[in-house]
Design a binder for this molecule. Sequence first.
Ligand code: SER
Length: 326
Amino acid sequence: MTTERNGKILVIGAVGQVGRSLTRELRARVGADRVVAAGRATEPPAELRAAGPFEKLDATDKAALDRVIRRHAIGTIYHLAAVLSADGEKDPVRAWTINVESLRNVLDLAVAHSLAGVFWPSSIAAFGPTTPRENTPQRTVLEPTTLYGVTKVLGENLCHYYFKRHGLDVRSLRYPGLLTYETYSGGGTSDYSVEMFIEALRHGRYTCFVRPDTTMPLMYIDDAVRATIELMQAPAQRISIRTSYNLTALSFSAAELAAEVARRVPGFVCDYQPNFRQAIADSWPRTIDDSAARQDWGWQPRVDLAMLCDTMLRGVADMAAKGVRL
Ligand code: SER
């Protein structure tokens, strides 16, 4: 599947953590007018609206999604809208509706309109405490303890089913925790990693909601966006996984991150007050085996921990200088 052919691209969840960066990158590659950004925000960021088409869209509304696909002659959908792990525990009904109903709508309409392809992200949250936590294999036990994780396992199987049953070219990645300074996702468990940078610059200290030894796979947004586009550009015969590919770049503990931040922000102090998100973090892998992604379509991460810390601190400082409140 190429992103240049087969109609326009629709990015659902374009205002979110991944959507902002992915939309910008796709527009740079294929032309701004060929990438329709869609989100539920009434006031989307000016950059998104000014740079190309924007549709206010709730993807749980199938008729509205159908209209957008027709109006713009959409060929490929990147469906990123989701309620993350911690928010999902607070409002399971909303998490179910947004995470499951919208995916089913996207897959159904992709088949009905014979779209060229669909991208939908799964997550490390698809795993659970019975999964091997080190070097977690591609094919392993999937018994998540969060509703978010349950919706990801269901979604992976739904994607696999639509590929087998309807021949739909749907592709997926199990994203690790993602860091970006542009949008603060909120509602996730990996958010401590982003909050640490924001609070370090704002107050010189941070109270972390997981223990210092908590280690999980984390990735800078640029690697996640590049992985997404590389997966979607790979020839179909290279795609052997139709549930969702394991994907990783870095694994580090909260204490290791705090030490890196302290090296760059003199006097930074991190203390630790674990809350309900500790149990979620403890149920996820510490390290991931992503050899299938490396073999099938050549995945290679680029951003190491030092680059990640330098970029995050520079970015958070820039946003603060512009008066953007994260
Ligand atoms: N970043 C997500 C979360 O923390 C994991 O996919 O919920």
